[in-house]
Design a protein around this ligand. Structure first.
Ligand SMILES: Nc1ncnc2c1ncn2[C@@H]1O[C@H](COP(=O)(O)OP(=O)(O)O)[C@@H](O)[C@H]1O
Ligand SMILES: N[C@@H](CCC(=O)OP(=O)(O)O)C(=O)O
Length: 375
C-alpha cells in the first residue's frame, strides 16, 4: 500500500476463533471478527483473510457428533462446510457493502512457480477492487503428502506471497507463553520475539482445543516463515475486544514477532525456493567449496560438485549437501542432472559454467536447515 498508515494485512483465523464450545461455527464470533475487518477496510487497509472453519462448519451435517479425525471424513466435512463458511462471510461482509471471495489452495499450487505467481496476481486484483479474499486450504482434494495441514503456515506463505505489511494470527490464547499454559500455570506471556531460537521452539506444545489443528508448534513454524520474509507478525486472542484494530496499530496484548534485520529478508524468488519449491534432487559439493558457496556467496561450478543424485531439469530446485549429507541450502540449477553428470564424466571441461545460483540463496541455506521442507 502507498500510505504509511494504510497497511496490507493478512489475518489468520483459526477454527477455535470461529467455533462455540460445542465445536459448531458461532455466527456471533464471525460477526465480531468481520465487523473489525470492515473497520480496517473503512480505514483504508487491505485485508486478506486466511480462515479455517470448513470442517467445523460441515461435520454435523454428515452425522458426526464431534470433529472427525480421518482424512476422508474431514475432507467430506469440509466439502459441506467450506461453502457454508464462505456464504456466512459473504453475507456478513455484504451487509457492510463489501464483497467476499474464495481462494482455495493446495501445496502443489504453491510448489508450481507459475501457479504461485498466479495466485498473487489474482489476490492483487481482488484487493485493488476492494474485495476481501478469503483463503483456505483446498481440503477436499489434498492428500496427506500434499497438505499444508494447518492454516498457520499457509497464512505465513500467503503473507509472503502478497508482500503483506503484517501477519496477524488469531487463536484462543493471547500469545506465545514460555511454556504451554495448560501444563504450567506459571507460564508467562512473551511480548516480543525477535528471533525464533531452539528455546522458543521448545516452548510450543500441542493444540489446545478439540477443533485446533496445528497448535503452537505450527504457529512458530509460521512465524519463522513470516519473519524470514520480512513481515512483522502478531499472535493474539481472537475474543478480545477490538483485537484486530489494536493489533494493526501495534497496541494489542499479545506477542509481536519483529523483523530486526530487514536486509536479510528473502525476496519473492527466494521465498518461493525456500518455502514452496519442493526440491527434486541433490548435489553434494566438495568440502573446499563450502566457504565459497555459503560464506562468500559465489556460484557453484561443476568442478566443485562431488556427486549428483536424482533426476532434475534445468530450472529445478535441488538440495545442496556437504559430503556428510548435511543440508547447506537450496539452489536453482542452470543444468539438468543429465548434463551435470555428463560434465563430471567429461572431466569438468565446462568448469567455468555456473551450475547453480546458490550464492544468492545463502540465507535460504540457513532456513533450509531450520525449517524442513513442507512445514
Ligand atoms: N507455549 C505456548 N504458548 C501458548 N499456547 C500454547 C503453548 N503451547 C501450547 N499452546 C496451546 O496452543 C493452543 C493454540 O493452538 P490451536 O489449538 O491449534 O488453535 P487455533 O485453532 O487457533 O489454531 C493454545 O490454546 C494453547 O493451549
Ligand atoms: N482447512 C481446515 C483447517 C485447518 C487448520 O489449520 O485449522 P486451525 O488449526 O483451526 O487453524 C478447515 O477449514 O477446517
Amino acid at each position: 500500500m502507498t500510505s504509511e498508515d494504510q497497511k496490507r494485512v493478512v489475518i489468520k483465523i483459526g477454527s477455535s476463533s470461529l467455533t462455540s464450545l460445542s465445536g459448531d461455527i458461532s455466527r456471533r464470533k464471525m460477526e465480531r471478527l468481520t465487523d473489525q475487518v470492515v473497520q480496517l477496510k473503512d480505514q483504508g487497509h487491505e485485508v486478506v483473510l486466511v480462515s479455517s472453519g470448513a470442517v467445523a462448519a460441515g461435520y454435523r451435517t454428515l452425522g458426526f457428533v464431534s470433529r472427525p479425525s480421518s482424512l476422508p471424513e474431514k475432507q467430506a466435512a469440509a466439502a459441506v462446510g467450506q461453502g457454508r463458511l464462505i456464504e456466512s462471510y459473504a453475507e456478513l461482509f455484504s451487509s457492510h457493502g463489501y464483497a467476499a471471495s474464495q481462494i482455495l489452495i493446495t501445496r502443489s499450487d504453491f510448489s508450481d512457480e507459475t501457479r504461485y505467481n498466479n495466485v498473487r496476481n489474482t489476490i492483487n486484483v481482488l484487493l485493488e477492487r476492494g474485495i476481501v479474499p478469503i483463503v483456505n486450504e483446498n481440503d477436499t482434494v489434498t492428500t496427506d503428502r500434499l497438505r499444508f495441514g494447518d492454516n498457520d503456515t499457509l497464512s505465513a506463505k500467503v503473507a509472503g506471497l502478497v508482500a503483506s505489511d503484517q501477519l496477524i494470527i488469531l487463536s484462543d490464547i493471547d500469545g506465545l507463553y514460555n511454556a504451554d499454559p495448560r501444563k504450567d500455570p506459571s507460564a508467562e506471556l512473551l511480548k516480543e520475539v525477535t528471533e525464533i531460537t531452539e528455546d522458543i521452539e521448545d516452548m510450543a506444545g500441542e493444540p489446545g482445543s478439540a477443533v485446533g489443528t496445528g497448535g503452537m508448534r505450527s504457529k512458530i513454524d509460521a512465524f519463522k516463515i513470516s519473519m524470514a520474509s520480512g513481515i512483522p507478525s502478531f499472535l493474539g486472542r481472537s475474543g478480545v475486544h477490538n483485537i484486530l484494530i489494536d493489533a494493526v496499530n501495534e497496541e494489542a496484548r499479545g506477542t509481536y514477532f519483529e523483523v530486526k534485520e530487514p536486509e536479510l529478508n528473502l525476496n519473492h524468488k527466494r521465498q518461493w525456493i525456500a518455502f514452496n519449491s519442493g526440491p527434486e534432487g541433490e548435489i553434494l559439493i566438495q568440502d573446499d567449496a563450502k566457504t565459497a558457496i555459503i560464506d562468500d556467496k559465489e556460484n557453484l561450478h561443476p568442478s566443485q560438485i562431488y556427486q549428483v543424485n536424482g533426476y532434475f531439469k534445468k530450472g529445478s530446485v535441488v538440495r545442496i549437501l556437504d559430503l556428510n549429507k548435511n543440508k547447506l541450502g537450496l539452489g536453482m540449477v542452470n543444468y539438468s542432472s543429465t548434463d551435470l553428470k555428463n560434465f563430471q564424466r567429461e572431466n569438468e571441461e565446462q568448469s567455468d559454467s555456473t551450475v547453480a545460483v546458490v550464492h544468492s540463496e545463502s540465507f535460504v541455506c540457513e532456513l533450509e536447515v531450520a525449517i524442513p521442507i513442507g512445514v
